[in-house]
Write a protein that binds this ligand. Structure first.
Ligand SMILES: Cc1cc2nc3c(=O)[nH]c(=O)nc-3n(C[C@H](O)[C@H](O)[C@H](O)COP(=O)(O)OP(=O)(O)OC[C@H]3O[C@@H](n4cnc5c(N)ncnc54)[C@H](O)[C@@H]3O)c2cc1C
Length: 476
């Protein structure tokens, strides 16, 4: 396994292809420091004996100890540990761990490349396993680029006015393929070693060129990463861990990018494109059943703390709302556990979590996001939105007065009250907080996508038969 310092060193050695605010920027730009802090944590904690077996795993290919973010799940315990790891990391960062997309993409590819080889006689799985070995050895960080820009949502890829609105193969050569298109919203692409591209939807006849999956180093010629960094407002005199964390997402443009065959994992097998798209989503929704409970833990913790500081923690409506949040966190986590325990091995040996449990968990989490924020805003009152700036608390005229008038519970020092409301403001009132709330709704697929997955896989007729039998109607 590599250290955070080794990771940072190799990321800084990538060729400059990150754009932000109208110019090419270094991957070391200070606006990216919060994202690098988050990603570095995934190397740091994996080195700590306390997290052995949770943040680390044993490679099924080499038997070596590896970072769990590089692992292909080979048991129920692997899935349970991935979920546990995700919740623990997100409790530390306060919003996201950023590194799960890559490994969710890898697990989906491990299944589908094997299935394609079995059915079509292709050799994608051997290629892919070579890639995995190298990935594990380098302790690579991968961004998963699935979401195409998609153009007119009512039209299929082949019906778009511009065929490049979904990533596609524009040329096949003896030594590889050339791809063109753009994926948007791609988390931490600016600090990934690798970009793994996957189809975003089912492809129908005539859409073979859009059925493409591959991995490229993030600084490959023709790849442009147009990035947007986001983090809480930096602290001046009251440093706080939450203010050191953040993320950057990228518009990833593939402007006629050459991909050698050994890095191509699907090319034209359109009948497997949907399987790959949905499997990535499934593994990612399983990850969400670990991270979203942690996000609720954070919002719930802030709500309970602010209620204590405001002196209303014993009020019935507050206790009821906290119980509601506990319900969301633990039901979503329980859905992930059920998804893990009911996992089945695919033909490749990869364990695939249960589709219904993961989707109901992710859907419940996504639909609860703004409700949780609403509860926090309700209990916190208006101060997170109007809290004077740190400098005013430090000013010799206004500082003591502001400290006097922020007081609620006299046992809690003024500085803690200020810290608490400043953090709640980060979550409720900043562009960073607004951004991650949207991520909590749409990341891993909008709630409608989970609804579609649930209805597509659930045996509703079995439930109708229960009703028929109880009503004395013949079952069908
Ligand atoms: C912060 C953040 C990070 C993300 N990170 C990643 C990442 O790392 N990798 C990645 O691949 N993706 C990532 N995503 C993308 C995420 O998966 C998408 O936002 C999500 O799938 C929705 O796609 P969209 O944004 O294009 O919205 P749209 O597809 O435009 O969906 C908006 C709404 O339109 C409706 N809609 C869309 N199409 C149809 C249709 N055909 N018929 C009827 N209704 C329709 C749906 O109701 C949907 O809820 C991220 C998103 C966010 C916000």
């Amino acid at each position: 396994m590599k250290t955070a310092a080794e990771y940072r060193e190799r990321i800084m050695a990538l060729k400059p292809n990150v754009y932000m605010g109208g110019e090419v920027v270094s991957r070391n730009d200070p606006r990216f420091t919060p994202e690098l802090n988050v990603l570095s944590l995934t190397f740091d904690l994996a080195q700590e004996p306390a997290y052995e077996g949770v943040m680390t795993a044993t490679s099924h290919l080499t038997g070596e100890r590896i970072n769990r973010f590089c692992h292909i799940h080979h048991s129920v315990d692997d899935l349970l540990n991935k979920q546990k790891m995700t919740r623990q990391y997100v409790q530390k960062t306060g919003f996201c761990i950023l590194r799960c997309m890559g490994i969710d993409a890898m697990n989906a590819l491990s299944v589908v490349t094997h299935e394609m080889d079995q059915e079509l006689g292709t050799e994608y799985n051997r290629r892919f396993l070579d890639y995995v070995q190298d990935f594990q050895k380098r302790d690579s960080v991968a961004a998963a680029a699935q979401t195409d820009v998609k153009g007119d949502r009512s039209k299929r890829p082949k019906e778009q006015a511009d065929p490049d609105l979904y990533l596609r193969v524009v040329e096949k050569r003896r030594d590889g393929i050339v791809v063109r298109g753009a994926k948007n919203h791609i988390t931490m692409a600016a600090h990934a070693d690798e970009i793994i591209a996957l189809p975003t939807r089912v492809m129908t006849e005539g859409e073979e060129d859009w059925a493409v999956a591959f991995a490229v180093p993030a600084d490959t010629k023709g790849v442009y990463l147009v990035s947007r960094a986001s983090s809480p407002r930096p602290r001046q005199s009251l440093p706080a861990p939450v203010a050191d964390q953040g993320w950057a997402d990228s518009f990833v443009i593939f402007d006629d990018v050459f991909v050698p065959w050994e890095r191509v994992f699907m090319c034209g097998e359109r009948q497997f494109a949907g399987r790959l798209a949905l499997l990535f989503a499934l593994f990612h929704r399983h990850s969400y059943c670990g991270c979203k409970p942690a996000l609720t833990d954070v919002i719930m913790g802030m709500t309970a703390l602010v209620a204590e500081y405001n002196g209303v923690e014993k009020a019935n409506h507050v206790r009821e709302k906290l119980a509601e949040m506990i319900g969301v966190a633990e039901l979503v986590y329980a859905a992930g556990v059920a998804g893990s325990v009911n996992a089945r091995p695919a033909s490749s040996g990869t364990y695939v979590p249960d589709v219904i449990y993961c989707n109901v968990g992710r859907r419940h989490a996504g639909e609860s996001t703004y409700h949780e924020m609403n509860i926090l805003a309700d209990i916190a009152g208006g101060l997170p939105a109007t809290l004077p700036l740190e400098a005013d608390y430090n000013n010799e005229k206004t500082g003591a007065l502001l400290a006097k008038y922020i007081m609620r519970n006299p046992k809690i020092p003024a500085e803690y009250q200020q810290r608490c409301f400043r953090m709640v403001g980060d979550y409720l009132c900043s562009s960073w907080g607004g951004g991650w709330s949207v991520a909590a709704v749409h990341g891993g697929g909008s709630p409608i996508m989970e609804t579609i997955a649930i209805l597509g896989n659930y045996d509703l007729n079995a439930k109708k038969n229960i009703a028929r039998r109880l009503a004395g109607i013949p079952e069908q």
